[in-house]
Design a protein around this ligand. Structure first.
Ligand code: NAP
Length: 397
């Protein structure tokens, strides 16, 4: 049965239809491993009472060979109809003419927040002295900024016209420049700021930090900062500016603060325990989330969700790593932990917690796939063996 929405919240049936896109390259290997672990976690947690009814949707190379398009309308319509989906990585088709799959999904379903939890699991390789201090969630605005793709090549008619217009505004631009436009709106900023602060309260977090380069880009990133603070004031005295915390009882309250983007990069390395939720415009969010992932195991283990109002697509952070396709060697952790996010999104927390604990047990026993094994200098498990090991650790709990 499908998920529905009642009183603006999700109504999840006990046997729930979950669409999935297997993905290209390593997609089939990591999707198979992920589904196996999820199904077992549901069985251990709920017996036969709650289950996933997996529904495969086509996208990427499978869809091109069948329908000559990487993203058939039917796939987009079904994800919209079912409200959530799990998505493996897709190879970007070479040559023009195809719409970007991620962008199309994001636009059609208005998935305006890219949410990336980054935390250290004991046993992961890390370049930090104290990686256990890393536990942050990045909220990256997903619809605006330079990612809107408003760009004009050097010497194009459009670029020349923009250069002429800027000259009229008293801003000379060198002839032959390429032009890119960076729009950031109050509407988009307000809704992601609200989502990030709501999340902070719902998950017992302590602070929200706005990451911006507003000292240079005053009316885009600077406005992002101002509008985010403005949104935080809607929460009344439950949200406190970091400059006003002295002498206040902060129990049940959230601190709001901001950091300039370049400083933010050193903060996450030097003082990671002082940061919790990071609220970022699109480009900053893109950069900081991979930098953070590198601190705690890399993109092979970093999960993500693209989330809108009652719609969400959870996906591996990495790409299709074609050189490892069908070799049963890829790390399924990124997709698996994205599926854990999906379980939490529908509030099925028992299997989510169970998988996380078994994942940690498996790492502790040094049973890991090759991307982690080579850093740790130990023998690697195959993708399928790693999934089996997590399943065994779950059953043992
Ligand atoms: P990639 O697929 O992420 O792979 C880059 C490297 O990262 C791999 O060669 C491998 O490193 C490592 N890696 C990534 N995922 C891994 C995993 N699960 N297990 C083990 N190692 C992993 O990036 P890419 O090679 O730039 O892109 C390949 C294709 O994926 C392109 O067509 C790209 O457009 C697409 N892509 C899709 C998405 C998406 O669907 N969301 C995202 C990014 C890229 P080593 O070589 O060091 O072992």
């Amino acid at each position: 049965m499908k998920i529905s929405v009642e009183n603006n919240s999700l109504k999840v049936p006990d046997v729930v239809d979950i669409p999935f896109i297997e993905g290209d390259g390593i997609g089939p290997d990591i999707t198979r491993a992920t589904k196996k672990v999820i199904d077992e976690a549901l069985r251990v947690s709920y017996g036969n009472e709650r289950k996933f009814n997996w529904i495969e949707l086509l996208a990427g190379e499978k869809a091109i060979s069948k329908f000559n398009t990487p993203l058939p309308d039917d796939t987009v319509n079904k994800i919209t109809e079912y409200r959530i989906a799990l998505k493996g990585p897709l190879t970007t088709p070479v040559g023009g003419g195809f719409r970007s799959i991620n962008v199309t999904l994001r636009q059609k379903m208005d998935l305006y927040a890219n949410v990336r939890p980054v935390k250290y699991y004991p046993g992961l390789p890390s370049p930090l002295k104290s990686p256990e201090k890393v536990d942050m969630v990045v909220f990256r605005e997903n619809t605006e900024d330079v990612y809107m793709g408003i760009e004009f090549p050097s010497n194009s008619k459009e670029a020349e016209q923009v250069i002429e217009l800027m000259a009229k505004f008293g801003h000379p631009i060198r002839n032959g420049s390429g032009i890119g436009i960076k729009p950031i709106s109050k509407f988009a900023t307000t809704r992601i700021a609200k989502m990030a602060i709501d999340y902070a309260f719902e998950n017992g977090r302590k602070s929200v930090t706005i990451m911006h380069k507003g000292n240079i880009m005053k009316y885009t990133e600077g406005a992002f900062k101002e509008w985010s603070y403005e949104t935080s004031r809607q929460f009344g005295d439950r949200v406190v500016n970091e400059t006003e915390t002295a002498g206040k009882n902060m129990s049940g309250k959230i601190v709001i603060k901001d950091r300039i983007a370049d400083n933010m990069f050193q903060q996450i390395l030097l003082r990671p325990d002082e940061y919790d939720i990071l609220l970022c415009p699109n480009l900053n969010g893109d950069y900081i989330s991979d930098a953070l992932a590198a601190q705690v195991g890399g993109i092979g283990v970093a999960p993500s969700g693209n989330i809108g109002d009652n719609y969400a697509v959870f996906e591996a952070v990495h790409g299709s790593a074609p050189k490892y396709a069908n070799l049963d060697v890829a790390d399924p952790s990124s997709l698996l932990l994205s599926a854990v996010m999906m379980l939490r999104y529908i509030k099925w927390n028992e299997p989510a917690n169970l998988i996380e604990k078994a994942f940690v047990d498996t790492l502790r026993d040094k049973q890991v796939p090759q991307d982690l094994a080579r850093h740790l200098g130990i023998k690697a498990l195959k993708t399928s063996e790693f999934a089996e090991s997590i399943v065994q650790h779950m059953s043992a709990r």
